[in-house]
Design a protein. Sequence first.
Length: 260
Amino acid sequence: MTSRPIVLTAADLGAGTTAQRFDGHAHGAGADVSFFLNHTPPGRGASRHRHPYPEVFAVHDGEVTLTVDGAQVVARGGQVAVVPAGATHGFTNTGEGTLEMVSIHPVAEIVTEWVDEAPSRASVPPLAPEVRLRGEETGGRLAVIEIRVAPRWGGPPLHHHAFDETFCVLEGELTFALGDARRTAGPGDVVFAPGGAHHTLANLADAPARYLLLCAPAGFERCFDRMAAEAAGVDPPPEGLRPYPETDVVGPALEALRDR
């Protein structure tokens, strides 16, 4: 085992998503701990599940309502909640802003049993990505990801990064924040977010949406590789384990921005 410390960037953990994941076995040289850095929009959270070990929720900012074996408990910034091993639980951001919370798993590899398995609006994955074209196929110039999002999908926090993004809406309706501008886009519409621009998006409608995301240069498709693999309960492809461009979070998700 190396005696040198390991320093990870936000990109290594999935920057730009509503939950960044650290796995001890993959990221921490065998560290017996894993965790999620949650940046959860209002009204969103995790559906019912359980683990064979306790889970610790450390709330940095905001308010979370935990449902544990049918009982509810509220924790706010500066508080810590512990869910016992085997308890069926889920959480929802019941505050007005983005929930900043760390959920700690005292194991090298996260083990989750989802309780709500039957398809329903509540259990449909909020975001389902599929990489259509990756950087390895374009010399690093371009990546294309097809993304399906559930109704009322809150989207990522307001953020920026060095690469350009082009959003091509195929189905449904998406709402974008780009700098100080807001716009709604439907099928056939294209929205461009140049590198460095503060932006985010959400599906504020009651129907699902589908769009193509073009990243130039490529690299960020590896984040979506990891997200898709986690949702499917499988390992990411080898390409998805490589580092990807860093993203800086600069504000809340679009739902909170609407009130500003």
